[in-house]
Design a protein around this ligand. Sequence first.
Ligand SMILES: C[S@@+](CC[C@H](N)C(=O)[O-])C[C@H]1O[C@@H](n2cnc3c(N)ncnc32)[C@H](O)[C@@H]1O
Length: 403
Amino acid sequence: MTTPWLTVIGIGEDGPDGLSAVARALIDAAEVLVGGARHLDMVPASAAQRLEWLSPFAANRDLLAAHEGRRVVVLASGDPMWFGVGVTLARWFTPAAMTVLPHPGAFSLAAARLTWPLQDCLCLTAHGRPVEALALHLVPGRRLLVLSEDGRTPEGVADLLRRLGWGASLLTVLEHLGGPREHIRRAVADQWQESCADLNLVAVECVAAPGTRPLSTLGGLPDEAFINDGQMTKREIRAVTLSALAPLPGELLWDVGAGCGTVAIEWMRAGGRAIALEPRPDRCDLIARNAAALGVPGLDIRRATAPGGLPESEPDALSPDAIFLGGGLSRPGVLEHCWTALRPGGRLVANAVTAEGEAALFAFHTLHGGGMTRLAVSRLKPVGGFHSWHPAMPVTQYLGIKP
Ligand SMILES: C[S@@+](CC[C@H](N)C(=O)[O-])C[C@H]1O[C@@H](n2cnc3c(N)ncnc32)[C@H](O)[C@@H]1O
């Protein structure tokens, strides 16, 4: 049975004065104190050995492990388990080794100042993550609380909002919450010009400008939401395709022959992770631009041709939960390679528009079972003073669930 040796104490801008008697006693009794310079400077000198965080952060695992069994106290900001250092430490050490003492975190303090019900806010971070990821969460009337990387983050948020047609959103930047330097700034994103302290949190009340079309996270975004060169799975077929792929949060998709990335991007908007494989560099560029504009900058884009270029030996890329083949099915080995890579219970979805592609799907279906669907979509278009139905090429869709 491990005795807890690693104590993580959340501390606010008011330093030890704001801590409980228990937290202060644990700090006084520490043999090793670990933290950033800002936090270490807050606590009075003692006999404890002081260690500043190493960079890169991964190096701190060995640093801490070397002191296992001693009274080690880590100082963290606010609530250590909410986008804090406690999250990383909990990946490295067992629950039995750790004691965590939370302090009101930046989200709680911001909600208190703004009198926003915290349960109705979306709590996000731009700390160590691209600000573009916020695009996914823009919903009229929604309140976002966003942790900042530094003093430039508020301008980054304002700029993103302006570019996406949400410049009418109201920004409130709360600096040094809970301490003597606390300061609050407010302006709409369109007029944002403030310079801010590094320690800040950005609160956003989302307002779409007239003409801005808010985007749903349900699969089947309008075709115009994507920059494209015509090579894309159109809205109606895409909606059915995503329904067949059935994304769950955290699951991994391979989008093989990703075109401008529509399916991988919509999969990620539903909470998954994705690798987009596309041989043409111009299309890889389209995928990257669409991923950034649609709030999924973490899409892993690879310039590669199937089946040769499919991930083979990277543990993180292996055993996808779903694979989508949007074309190129008749190339020998592609379907079989994907089926082998898929994890048991994973979904293989393939769309064909050519007779050759359809034949490959039918042959595969004969061997492995699964279901096939024929999708025919017509769109109403004006002709002269009238309207008529314009049929798109029918799509044959295969769905196989690996035993
Ligand atoms: C790594 S996160 C830590 C969050 C921490 N776990 C918490 O609950 O407050 C660091 C970010 O939190 C925000 N933050 C933490 N304390 C803050 C404060 N007192 N005032 C404003 N923002 C703060 C800032 O956005 C900062 O960049």
